[in-house]
Design a protein around this ligand. Structure first.
Ligand SMILES: NC(=O)C1=CN([C@@H]2O[C@H](COP(=O)(O)OP(=O)(O)OC[C@H]3O[C@@H](n4cnc5c(N)ncnc54)[C@H](O)[C@@H]3O)[C@@H](O)[C@H]2O)C=CC1
Ligand SMILES: CC(=O)C(=O)O
Ligand SMILES: [Mg+2]
Length: 597
């Protein structure tokens, strides 16, 4: 307590005049894990256990040409940078120009990810200030191509790899990660990367991209995130034959042995970082649900494709009901055709179903709203190839019916695509939907763009401009008969950064279904009447930081109500918006001093 009082007093003096290191008792990176929140609050310098050129080569501390003259002396690298000092604004302007100068999106991705490896503060500043332009570059759709090229592009490691060959070593390996204060881990086994299938160890681009959004949109500081790939081999023959492939060069291990590898990882992580949130990402459906079932009550974790996508799509459906002049409580009266019965399709069905119960529909009515089909047709009770979650939604009749037959027979009002099957929604399907429904809701949600079930233009054209449209990857506005249509993006990026921020800030013991439901409601409430009138059922991506904050507050309130928080007190709860705001990472340069060796 005494130490804190003294520090406040000294620092408040220091903030009014130039930095004098002799007067300051700086925060130490080893004591505080460079707690940027406190640094910002107290305007204290950051003490780093490095000197000279090593600081320039550490992306967490490097400011490049923005280092001030005194700092260059103090940190012993005067002469190692060109003499001119640029402000952060000038650096950002220059980098944005360099990114835009690339002809292709993948070129832009390389340019900005190079910056990620040089200067994380500037990278995240650029993302925060230009998220609408840059999200498609660091995330879907471009991240799909970046993953495909991951092996050939590899220069510098980011994140951790746990392979089947690391068995029995993982509890020790986690200590190789240099940061003590990890809050969020995104882990994949690379087995179903977007709609691109098994990309093995090359799938690492996805945890990296998702965590960039955690920092820029969710306000988690970059030293607190950890991208992970669990490499158990790949069944992708092309990769197995690729001489430069960087993952294990054998087929995937499966069954008991696979689950043992993941379990060792989960226990190791929990041992070193007991409060870290683990986000399962892009695991193939055969293992995604079983893994979630294994850990959802014992670890702070969730599956983004099942639960994050479910909450996002629920928000989109509620927004669409409002956009079509219906009450949100009408959800259970809809007829919902879901193409795709994998983790995303069934995950979405599960969250929508829970929402219907929440709204007061009984189980039988809620279940009847769903028509789920895979490439073998409608899920029906007489099928013997369904898992427990699929069987739950199986219908009594309609065996073998395809999408168009289902549309003609049952007249769905909502069509969701989660198949990874590009172009699956044909003209006839969408025309049938529109013939039977005044304003059909059409969401081709598969990523990247090449996997989308239809384009925005097709959906508006084939529905004669009547549909409410949202897609997993972004589409440009569409001009048709003198009218402009504005497609919005139904992507789990509107949920996971806020969910992670909220869960980690309040120290939630687990992620509950109700937390997801409340996240969806917070997202849905973000869309204004004006936007709905224009057919926009999701907020603009430029608002994602504000959305994430609202989602985080809802998550914390729900966890508090449920009695599963470990880190927040009455005081923080009474002024929650400000508390969350004060904890969100804002990428600005802070003064740096060298920690004495
Ligand atoms: N917009 C978003 O936020 C999200 C989108 N997704 C996308 O959803 C897609 C699916 O993901 P998962 O469910 O994990 O994959 P998955 O491979 O487990 O599931 C795909 C499902 O589609 C079915 N399918 C394949 N061809 C079909 C056809 N011709 N007709 C009907 N069904 C067919 C398969 O049988 C399977 O049930 C991916 O492209 C992914 O990018 C996933 C999560 C979030
Ligand atoms: C967005 C996402 O999580 C996916 O396409 O898998
Ligand atoms: Mg995913």
């Amino acid at each position: 307590m005494l130490g804190r009082l003294r520090l406040d007093r000294i620092v408040s003096k220091a903030s009014t005049r130039p930095l004098q290191t002799s007067l300051l008792r700086p925060f130490s990176s080893s004591e505080h894990d460079f707690d940027f929140d406190s640094l910002r609050k107290f305007k204290a310098p950051l003490q780093v256990p490095k000197r000279g050129v090593d600081i320039l080569h550490d992306p967490l501390f490097n400011k490049g040409t923005a280092f001030k003259s005194g700092e260059r002396d103090r940190l012993r690298f005067r002469g190692l940078l060109p003499p001119r000092r640029l402000t952060m604004d000038m650096q950002a302007k220059r980098m944005l120009q360099a990114i835009r100068d690339n002809d292709s999106d993948i070129g832009k991705n390389k340019c900005i990810e190079d910056l990620h490896d040089r200067n994380e503060t500037l990278y995240h500043r650029l993302l925060v200030d230009n998220i609408e332009e840059l999200a498609p570059i660091i995330y879907t759709p471009t991240v799909g191509q970046a993953c495909k090229e991951f092996g050939t592009r590899f220069r510098k490691p980011r994140g951790m790899y746990f392979s089947a060959e690391d068995k029995t070593n993982m509890a020790a390996m986690v200590y190789n990660w240099p940061q003590r204060d990890v809050h969020v881990i995104v882990v994949t086994d690379g087995s179903r990367i977007l709609g691109l299938g098994d990309l093995g160890a090359n799938g690492m681009g996805i945890p990296i991209g998702k965590l960039s959004l955690y920092c820029a949109a969710g306000g988690i500081a970059p030293h607190r995130v950890l991208p992970v790939t669990i490499d158990v081999g790949t069944d992708n023959e092309e990769l197995l034959e690729d001489e430069f492939y960087l993952g294990l060069q054998h087929k995937r291990i499966k069954g008991k042995e696979y689950f043992e590898v993941v379990d060792e990882f989960m226990q190791a992580v929990k041992h070193r970082w007991p409060h870290a949130l683990v986000q399962f990402e892009d695991f193939r459906s055969e293992v995604a649900q079983p893994l979630l079932n294994n850990y959802r009550d014992t670890h702070l974790c969730f599956n983004d494709d099942i639960q994050g996508t479910g909450a996002t799509t629920l928000a989109g459906c509620l927004g669409s009901l409002r956009a079509t002049g219906k009450a949100v409580e009408e959800l259970g009266n809809q007829r919902i055709l879901i193409a795709g019965a994998g983790s995303a399709g069934i995950g979405v069905a599960g969250v929508l179903y829970q929402a219907m119960l929440e709204q007061g529909f009984d189980e039988a009515t809620a279940k009847k709203a769903f028509f789920i089909a895979d490439e073998h047709g409608l899920l029906t009770k007489d099928r013997t190839d369904l898992n427990t979650e699929q069987a739950f939604f199986a219908r009594d009749e309609g065996k073998g019916m395809g999408l168009e037959e289902i549309a003609a027979e049952y007249k769905p009002t909502i069509l969701l695509g989660l198949t990874a099957c590009g172009g699956l929604f044909k003209e006839n399907l969408i025309r049938t939907m529109s013939a039977n429904c005044e304003k059909p809701i059409i969401f081709p949600l598969s990523n990247p763009t090449s996997s989308a079930e239809c384009t925005a233009e097709q959906a508006y054209e084939w529905s004669n401009g009547t549909c409410v449209f949202a897609s997993g990857s972004p589409f440009d506005p569409v001009e048709r008969d003198g009218k402009t249509y504005y497609p919005t993006q139904c992507n789990n990026m509107f949920i996971f950064p806020g969910l992670g921020l909220g869960a980690s800030l309040c120290g939630a013991k687990k992620v509950t279904d109700k937390m997801l439901y409340e996240s969806a409601v917070a997202l849905a409430n973000f869309v204004t009447e004006e936007e709905l009138e224009q057919g926009k059922v999701f907020p603009r991506v430029s608002q994602i930081r504000a959305v994430s904050k609202a989602v985080a507050c809802s998550v914390i309130r729900e966890a508090w109500k449920d009695g599963i928080t470990t880190r927040v007190k009455e005081k923080e709860m009474s002024d929650l918006e400000n508390f969350v705001d004060s904890k969100m990472y804002d990428p600005v340069y802070v003064p740096i001093v060298e920690k004495p060796f």
